[in-house]
Design a protein around this ligand. Sequence first.
Ligand SMILES: *Cc1c(COP(=O)(O)O)cnc(C)c1O
Length: 385
Amino acid sequence: MTHLDHLPLPVPLVDLGFQHAAINDEVHAGFDRVMNNGSFILGPEVERFEGAFAAYCGVEHVLGVANGTDALELVLRAARIGVGDEVILPANTFVATAEAVLRAGAVVKLVDCDEDFLIDPEAVRSSVSVHTRAVIGVHLYGQMAPMELLREASGPDAFLVEDLAQAQGATRFGARAGSLGDAGGTSFYPGKNLGAYGDGGAVLTNSDLVADMVRALRNHGGTNRYEHRFAGLNSRLDGLQGVVLSAKLARLDGWNQLRRDAARYYDELLVDLPEVVIPRVVEGNEHVFHLYVVRVPHRDRIVEHLTKQGISASVHYPVPVHLQPGFADLGLPRGSFPLAEHLSDEIMSLPIYPGITTEQQDRIVTALRNALSLHRQRAALRAVG
Ligand SMILES: *Cc1c(COP(=O)(O)O)cnc(C)c1O
């Protein structure tokens, strides 16, 4: 016996073990196929996955690329959006959304979000200018941005893009993420709801033109060897990742349901903690809880307290895009996007993944309850003293 035997096991933010176990045999058989036929880049396993994911999402074309950032860049380039064009996106996203716009050569035009962390269509409406060519709806944390409102606010000429890196399988009024914009980009980073065993991503579109362009651009600007229609890039999905993604896609709906079940259980456990604001599912949305994000007072101290108890709470994201040092060139001071800034000080992501147990969730919420009551006591003491 060591003192460690008395401590509960730590709870990570994400645990992929449950998913690995479910697909292990299928993945090994598929890896053998790829190694035997040598189709390591694109090839039949990738095509099989692209077809299955297109059918699942209800889109004409899926094109596997190297990562989610490339997917968004390629979408913009395929739509011939670049130098001098403005692209509108929310200030509270993972930095990759903004990087993709810059790498396409276009101008990043940030807007604020709403109370549900989603891009605010009214903010989009007031940001549209004669230079606006595209608007990116980011389906943050696992639920879809209101695409129909964004379409209306963006005007008839804007190219509407979905960033569905955090929302594979989510729906809005029954339509899957990736099927409502003019094109979408997604990521298969291992921790996403549909994750590869390494980097990966995909472009989704109903447009034959965009699909044709991306098919060429991702492969040095051409689909025939040594014929380069454009100066493209090297951004292709690996055969091994095609195997993993096909196996996981077949289980995605079940795993997303487990995430929803876990979210509902958190909702129940947190109901009597008035300081904690639980995530809201927007009307019309089926949420896939890539992250379970609550709002709490004294966020940094609460996260620290949980970490000391072995619970990996995290923050997505602590600093909005315009306040990141790398985006100082945008010239947008604090105060530019009040809600995104305010929320970034209060948000905290609790562990969620398929396979998390109710016992783990009980422990997480007990630790959170203790942390909050400690801070309540301290605040009361300060008020007295
Ligand atoms: C993960 C993510 C990306 C980028 O994906 P990579 O595969 O890491 O390049 C883009 N947007 C959002 C919202 C993401 O969460």
